[in-house]
Design a protein around this ligand. Structure first.
Ligand SMILES: Cc1cc2nc3c(=O)[nH]c(=O)nc-3n(C[C@H](O)[C@H](O)[C@H](O)COP(=O)(O)OP(=O)(O)OC[C@H]3O[C@@H](n4cnc5c(N)ncnc54)[C@H](O)[C@@H]3O)c2cc1C
Length: 266
């Protein structure tokens, strides 16, 4: 596989990580099991000892209407999807204008805002192992059981792009910090909010090096300057420990932690 040198301190939304050689996945799928697949690392904390990484090549960066369905390549950024839908008056993708990531990452995470999730209008996926129909996939809140790299996804095509929805999503984002983060750090436990629990155990705004759970939104772990993987992990483990001790709730990371030494990691 061809490779590309990526500085994760610039590339990842957390602005954490070293400069690493990343393999480019194009047509040869023979040794993909040796690598961990990344998208644009908007939901990923890159560790000090990450596994070998790969990403889809530019070949998978496209969006088009074909045979009455919307086909999007796995490497297509959310901004491009949003602009295409606006330009061609296509409904149901307004929420992605406020969701950073590439199509593969959005689908794998079943990313969304409230009830608007990427799976809502999904029809099928093309993976390195063939076609997967929506009915064959288990999915839920920020969860899917997809095991293979997503090369392309097909969606129902409906006309009617809504600028009101874009404005509504923009408003929903208003309380989110603009400091580097990866969005929500933990999944909300059933019937509760991770941010409320983090605040209740006294971790909102507490600095560890340059990292903290934001005082604007406690479930956002933010990098205020030169935050490190170790400090991020200290806060994550501390939040899990304190919340379990006080509420007997096991917080589950929404972010993906890429480090060989992390026990829940890859
Ligand atoms: C400021 C901010 C706000 C956010 N708000 C939200 C929000 O409101 N709702 C929400 O859902 N998310 C939110 N996120 C998280 C992020 O936008 C989504 O998780 C997005 O889907 C990440 O896409 P990515 O390409 O960056 O994936 P990455 O972070 O690179 O990868 C995430 C996971 O997807 C897998 N993956 C990536 N590409 C593929 C592929 N082609 N095939 C199979 N698996 C793949 C990776 O292996 C990894 O496990 C936010 C992030 C930030 C920085």
């Amino acid at each position: 596989m061809q490779t590309k040198l990526i500085n994760f301190k610039k590339y990842s939304s957390f602005k954490i990580g070293g400069t690493l050689e990343v393999a480019l996945l194009e047509n040869n799928f023979s040794n993909i099991a040796d690598y961990y697949l990344i998208g644009s690392c908007n939901n990923t904390l890159v560790g000090d000892n990450p596994p070998a990484l790969m990403m889809l090549s530019k070949k998978y960066d496209y969006i088009r209407v074909e045979d009455g369905v919307l086909k999007i390549g796995g490497a297509t950024p959310s901004g491009k999807i949003a602009s295409f839908c606006k330009k061609h008056n296509i409904a149901n993708f307004e929420f992605v204008s406020h969701l950073p990531g590439k199509l593969g990452g959005l689908v794998y995470m079943n990313a969304g805002l409230k009830e608007f999730e990427i799976f809502n209008t999904l029809l099928e996926l093309r993976t390195t192992d063939g076609v997967l129909k929506k009915e064959q996939i288990k999915y839920g809140y920020r969860f899917t059981d997809i095991k293979k790299p997503i090369l392309e996804a097909s969606f129902e095509l409906e006309s009617g792009f809504s600028s009101q929805k874009v404005a509504m999503f923009k408003k929903m984002r208003a309380n989110q910090p603009s400091t580097p983060s990866a969005g929500s750090c933990f999944k909300n436990p059933q019937g509760d909010y991770a941010g409320r629990l983090i605040e209740a155990v006294g971790l909102r705004g507490v600095m560890r090096g340059d990292m903290c759970f934001s005082s604007e939104h406690a479930n956002f772990l933010v990098n205020t300057a030169n935050g490190t993987y170790k400090d991020a992990m200290w806060l994550i483990e501390e939040a899990k420990k304190r919340v379990f001790k006080e509420f007997a709730i096991k917080l589950e990371c929404e972010i993906v932690i890429l480090d060989r030494e992390y026990r829940d990691g890859v």
